[in-house]
Design a binder for this molecule. Structure first.
Ligand SMILES: [Ca+2]
Length: 538
C-alpha cells in the first residue's frame, strides 16, 4: 500500500453540538470551518457523555467499562470502575506505533487515578513516544494542576507570565510536528491533541472575550431558534425536527436576572473555543508548511455534550484543590481564587473559577435535550469533522451515517491496515467493539451494528432509526430518530415489543461488557472507602 497517512486526532472538552460556526453556532471557528468545507461533517456521531469514559473509549475502541474507566478516575472501585486504564485493552497509540508510526500527545489524559506518580496507565506507558499535558482535567488554564512532560511533573513551566494552557497545547502540537518532520520525515506521524477548552473554569484572554461583546445579547431563546435554522440550512439537521423546549428549570431570556454577568459567561465560553480554533489554525499551517497536510487525516470531535453544572459558591476548596486536584486556591501571584458562580465577579481572569450554567448549555446543545452525563442527544451528540485531501474525494459534504467513539479505532486500523490483536504485552485484550467508518469517507453506509451506552445508570441502545434511552432511575423511553431526532415524542407505550427486545439486547451488552447497576457501583465504592463520588453530584 501507499505510505500510511499521518493522523491528527483532536478532541475537545464539554462542547455542545451547535457551538462551532460550521455546526450553526455564533463562535468564530475559521480553521474548523475550513476543515469542514474541504472535508466531511458527520451529523450523527456520538461520544460517551463524560470526560474519562469518552477518552477511554476513543483510545481503545472498546466500551469504557471494559477498560476500567466505568465512570471517572477514582482511586478505588470494582472491576470495570477502577479508574485506571487496565491491561485488557490496547491503545490506538500502541497499535499505530507497532505499524511504524511515531506517536505524540499534547493535552488532557484523564484515564489514570494516580496524578503524581507515573503508572502503567500514563501516556508514556500506553504507546506514546512523547507526551505533554495534564493527567487530570478541569484545571486552571493559567496554572494547570498535574502539568507533565513525559513522566515528569513540570507545573513550574506554567509560571511564565504569558502561559495559557490552550496555547501551550497548540504550541506543543506544532513543535511535535516540526520535530517529527525534522527527525523522522519518512515515518508516519500520529498525534492526539486533547484540548481542555471549553470545560469550566471560564478562563480566557480579554482580547478574545471582547470579540464576542454583544454577540449573545439576543439571549438564549432567540439564539436557539437561529441555530436550528442554520443547522437545517446547512443540511446537517432535518427540517422536520422540532426545537426542544427551553430547559424547564431556566427562565425566558426576557425574565433573566443579572444579564451582564450571564452574557459575560457566554462570551468567555465562546472565547475559549475561539482560542482553540486559533491554535488548530497554527497546527494546520505547520502541516502545510512541512508539506504534510495532504496526507494527514484530521479528525475533530468533542468528548461530551455541553455541561449544565453550576459551580456553587462556598464549594469546598479542600475538595476541589486538595482531593480532586483540579482548582488552585491562589493565583500564581498569590491572590485568592474566587471559586463559584458569583454574579458580582466577572469570569475570565486567573482569580476566578466559574461555569456558564444550564441555560447556556441548553443553547450549546441546540436543538437537543439534556447535557453531559445523560445519554439523550444533548449528552452524546458531537460534531465530527474529517479532513484528508488524499483520502476524501468530496468537499464539504454532510454524512448522516451514525457512528460512535469505538468506531474511531476501527476506522483508523482499517485505513492503516494494522491488525487488532488478541493479546498485547502478555495480556488477552477484549475484541474490538467499534465498526469501521472508512466506507463513509466515500458514501453513506447502508447499515451498521447496534450502538450501546451506559453512564451512571443512564443508558441507551440505538438500532437503525430506533433509540431506547433512559435517565436513571427512570423508565425506558423510545424514539424514532428519523422522525424525531430531538426526542420529543416518546413511543415506548406504542411499541412494547420493540422496547422489550431492545432492552433485552441492552442487558446482554451490559452483562458482556461488565456494566454494573448504578446502585451496586455506589455500594461497592462506599464499601471500598470512597466517601464522595459521582452519586453526590446530583
Ligand atoms: Ca468532558
Amino acid at each position: 500500500m501507499a505510505q500510511r497517512p499521518d493522523i491528527l486526532l483532536i478532541l475537545n472538552d464539554d462542547m455542545g453540538y451547535s457551538d462551532l460556526g460550521c455546526y450553526g453556532g455564533e463562535i468564530q471557528t475559521p480553521t474548523l470551518d475550513r476543515l469542514a468545507r474541504d472535508g466531511l461533517r458527520f451529523s450523527q456521531f456520538y461520544n460517551t457523555a463524560r470526560c474519562s469514559p469518552s477518552r477511554a473509549s476513543l483510545l481503545t475502541g472498546l466500551h469504557p467499562h471494559q477498560t476500567g474507566i466505568g465512570i471517572l478516575t477514582y482511586d478505588s472501585g470494582p472491576e470495570g470502575y477502577a479508574g485506571n486504564l487496565n491491561h485488557r485493552c490496547v491503545t490506538i497509540a500502541e497499535l499505530l506505533r507497532s505499524g511504524g508510526y511515531r506517536t505524540y500527545m499534547s493535552g488532557k489524559w484523564h484515564v489514570s487515578s494516580n496524578l503524581r506518580q507515573p503508572t502503567d496507565s500514563w501516556p508514556m506507558q500506553r504507546g506514546f513516544d512523547a507526551f505533554y499535558g495534564t493527567i487530570i482535567g478541569a484545571g486552571s488554564f493559567y496554572d494547570p494542576n498535574t502539568l507533565t512532560r513525559g513522566n515528569t511533573n513540570v507545573e513550574h513551566e506554567a509560571h511564565a507570565e504569558d502561559f495559557f494552557y490552550t496555547d501551550a497545547i497548540s504550541d506543543q502540537a506544532v513543535a511535535f510536528i516540526e520535530q517529527h518532520h525534522r527527525e523522522h520525515p519518512d515515518r508516519p506521524c500520529f498525534q492526539y491533541v486533547a484540548y481542555t477548552a471549553p470545560h469550566w473554569p471560564l478562563h480566557a484572554h480579554d482580547e478574545d472575550i471582547a470579540r464576542y461583546k454583544g454577540r449573545f445579547d439576543a439571549g438564549w431563546d432567540t439564539l436557539r431558534v437561529e441555530r436550528l435554522d442554520r443547522l437545517v440550512k446547512a443540511g446537517i439537521l432535518d427540517e422536520r425536527w422540532r426545537l426542544s423546549e427551553r430547559d424547564p428549570t431556566q427562565p425566558p431570556w426576557t425574565e433573566a436576572q443579572r444579564k451582564e454577568w450571564l452574557l459575560r459567561c457566554m462570551e468567555v465560553y465562546a472565547a475559549q473555543v475561539d482560542r482553540m480554533d486559533q491554535g488548530i489554525g497554527r497546527i494546520v499551517r505547520t502541516l502545510e508548511a512541512t508539506g504534510r497536510l495532504d496526507h494527514t487525516l484530521i479528525i475533530f470531535l468533542a468528548d461530551n455534550g455541553a455541561c449544565a453544572e453550576d459551580i456553587p459558591e462556598g464549594v469546598s476548596i479542600e475538595e476541589l484543590v486538595e482531593q480532586l486536584m483540579i482548582a488552585r486556591s491562589h493565583t500564581r501571584k498569590g491572590e485568592p481564587v474566587h471559586i463559584g458562580n458569583n454574579p458580582d465577579i466577572m469570569p475570565g481572569p486567573e482569580n476566578t473559577y466559574q461555569s456558564y450554567g444550564t441555560a447556556w448549555a441548553n443553547l450549546s446543545n441546540t436543538p437537543f435535550r439534556l447535557y453531559k452525563h445523560w445519554i439523550h442527544e444533548g449528552g452524546i451528540a458531537t460534531p465530527l469533522i474529517m479532513h484528508w485531501p488524499q483520502g476524501i474525494r468530496e468537499r464539504g459534504a454532510i454524512r448522516h451515517t451514525p457512528g460512535y467513539l469505538p468506531d474511531i479505532m476501527a476506522t483508523l486500523l482499517d485505513i492503516t491496515g494494522i491488525d487488532y490483536p488478541a493479546d498485547w504485552g502478555g495480556h488477552a485484550v477484549a475484541p474490538l467493539e467499534g465498526h469501521s467508518l472508512r466506507g463513509a469517507l466515500d458514501a453513506e453506509l447502508a447499515s451498521r451494528p447496534p450502538m450501546f451506552w451506559e453512564h451512571e445508570g443512564n443508558a441507551a441502545v440505538r438500532i437503525g432509526p430506533w433509540k431506547l434511552v433512559r435517565k436513571h432511575p427512570g423508565p425506558w423511553e423510545l424514539y424514532d430518530l428519523v422522525a424525531d431526532r430531538t426526542e420529543l415524542n416518546d413511543l415506548a407505550d406504542q411499541h412494547p415489543d420493540r422496547v422489550a427486545d431492545m432492552a433485552a439486547q441492552y442487558e446482554a451488552w451490559a452483562a458482556r461488557c461488565g456494566v454494573l447497576p448504578r446502585d451496586q457501583v455506589v455500594a461497592l465504592m462506599r464499601s471500598q472507602g470512597v466517601t464522595k463520588a459521582f452519586w453526590e453530584d446530583e
